[in-house]
Design a protein around this ligand. Structure first.
Ligand SMILES: [Zn+2]
Length: 195
């Protein structure tokens, strides 16, 4: 078990996290669940599981059982290189006032606890997310033109276009930039614990 403040993440929950990490490493699909606290109890409970590309977004909309309170969330990332929160994960963590946000990959499971500090809040994380989204969209437009011959056969299939562009060296460099910025924010605004 792991203690977070006065709360306990049981070994059963950790096993369930590992279970979802294993499934994700087989099919590259994100999975997750919410973590809820029950008044008067130390043990954290699992609620509302999610699966798919918008898993972490779904978690921000889901609710704990009536009477319980949102404590945090856990979700997997298909790439073990991204064993930390993305800028959108950081934003939704602030938005939902999560006490802990956990990310699982085949490498490890890390939980991030927010630190109250200057420049660490919903609006700064929103600005970071906005910057990364607009940079990514601009680059994708440029790459669509550059790789138009390669994309031509399926140019109306946005998912395929997106997946093709995702593997270009330009996009990989951009991803690294995103990751560096997110890690800088995390180092400043969150305490990391491996569980
Ligand atoms: Zn994420």
């Amino acid at each position: 078990m792991t203690k977070i403040g006065k709360f306990i993440i049981s070994n059963e929950i950790k096993e369930e996290m590992k279970n979802l990490v294993n499934k994700t490493s087989k099919d590259n699909i994100e999975r997750g669940f919410n973590l809820c606290e029950t008044p008067g109890k130390k043990d954290i409970q699992i609620a509302s599981k999610c699966i798919g590309n918008f898993c972490s977004l779904e978690l921000s909309e889901s609710k704990c059982k009536p009477g319980d309170k949102e404590f945090g969330s856990f979700h997997t990332h298909p790439s073990s290189d991204v064993n930390f929160m993305s800028s959108s994960d950081i934003y939704s963590s602030h938005l939902n006032k999560e006490k802990v946000s956990c990310i699982g990959t085949s490498k490890d499971i890390n939980c991030f606890i927010p630190i109250k500090s200057k420049g660490c809040n919903k609006s700064t994380s929103y600005e970071l997310r906005k910057k990364q989204i607009s940079r990514g969209m601009k680059l994708e437009e440029e790459l669509e033109i550059k790789h138009k011959d390669q994309l031509y056969p399926f140019r109306m299939d946005y998912e395929k276009v997106h997946n093709t562009l995702k593997n270009t060296s330009e996009m990989k460099i951009n991803d690294k930039k995103d990751h560096t910025e997110s890690k800088e924010y995390l180092n400043k605004c969150f305490k990391k614990i491996e569980i």
